[in-house]
Design a protein around this ligand. Structure first.
Ligand SMILES: Nc1ncnc2c1ncn2[C@@H]1O[C@H](COP(=O)(O)OP(=O)(O)OP(=O)(O)O)[C@@H](O)[C@H]1O
Length: 270
């Protein structure tokens, strides 16, 4: 692990010294797909204005867990959740929660950039219109603001009416992040947001996430341990549906408590 710190990974961005308040708290969360117990008794605090990375080998439940935070698993008929995910004094898992409102406050970005097959500006404005915003000046201002926040404005300001699908993969992913920002969320969930991108585009997204954590709480699923080490303040290691270890990223990578964490981050499996 020490070798990893010296040779491969810079922890220079893991700046968190004092824990910020917990914004989302998962307690004894269990998620099933039919008989498959995919996430087992997970307790995980997510601190505000920090980046939390979920790592672990394929099939360990990372995506299942992150999707549950904004109830995307509701779309899978076989999925069933138990436990508590507290956010603003409500349990996200309560069936009475207004999921449309929840997804405004907790946005999500997926592995494959998925812009709407509409113009660049409409990608930002459609969710706003859906939320009832009609004022043209506001729509324009929010469009510019969100595109500025993801560093895309200068690249696209002269072609806002062009199709979003004309953008490169990396630009499309930044547009999807801008679209998530349009509804002024508190939290952004990202499920392997760079795994379909080239290294330069991935680096831009990492830089962007480091900027965005000043204003938003970020949870990211990543297979790339170096990415977790570069950008995450906290890391959670999942294995076979269980949360094996959670802590500050530097500590988890350099001084893990559990042998399986140590084996995974040193490449002995996964
Ligand atoms: N839509 C689904 N329907 C049924 N089972 C699912 C579904 N999605 C995931 N699973 C199962 O849940 C378990 C956890 O899968 P999940 O995709 O959450 O893991 P993961 O850690 O995100 O894996 P990967 O890194 O490969 O994406 C696996 O056994 C998987 O087969």
């Amino acid at each position: 692990m020490i070798q990893m710190e010296k040779n491969i990974v810079s922890f220079s961005n893991n700046t968190v010294t004092k824990d910020l308040p917990v914004q989302i708290n998962a307690e004894d969360v269990n998620i099933y797909y039919g008989d498959n117990h995919a996430v087992k008794h997970v307790n995980l605090p997510i601190h505000e204005k920090s980046i939390t990375a979920l790592i672990g080998p394929s099939g360990c439940g990372k995506s299942t867990f992150i999707r549950t935070i904004n109830r995307m698993n509701d779309l899978i008929p076989a999925a069933r959740c138990e436990g508590t995910i507290s956010y603003k004094d409500v349990n996200i898992l309560n069936p009475k929660v207004d999921v449309v409102q929840l997804r405004k406050e907790i946005g999500m970005v997926f592995q494959q950039p998925n812009p709407f097959p509409k113009s660049i500006s409409e990608n930002i404005q459609l969710p706003l219109r859906f939320a009832g915003v009609r004022n043209k000046k506001t729509l324009k201002e929010v469009t510019e603001d969100c595109l500025q926040q993801v560093g895309l404005w200068d690249e696209v300001k002269d072609r806002l009416d062009r199709s979003a699908t004309s953008l490169s993969g990396g630009q499309q992913q930044r547009l999807c992040i801008a679209r998530a920002l349009a509804l002024k969320p508190d939290v952004i969930l990202l499920d392997e947001p760079t795994s379909a991108l080239d290294p330069v585009s991935s680096a831009k997204i990492e830089e962007l996430l480091l900027q965005l954590k000043n204003d938003y709480t970020i949870v990211i699923v990543t297979h790339n341990m170096q990415q977790a080490a570069r950008i995450a303040d906290y890391t959670a290691f999942f294995y076979q549906g269980e949360l094996i270890e959670f802590g500050k990223t530097r500590t988890l990578f350099t001084n893990p408590e559990k042998k399986s964490t140590s084996d995974y981050i040193s490449g002995r499996f996964g």
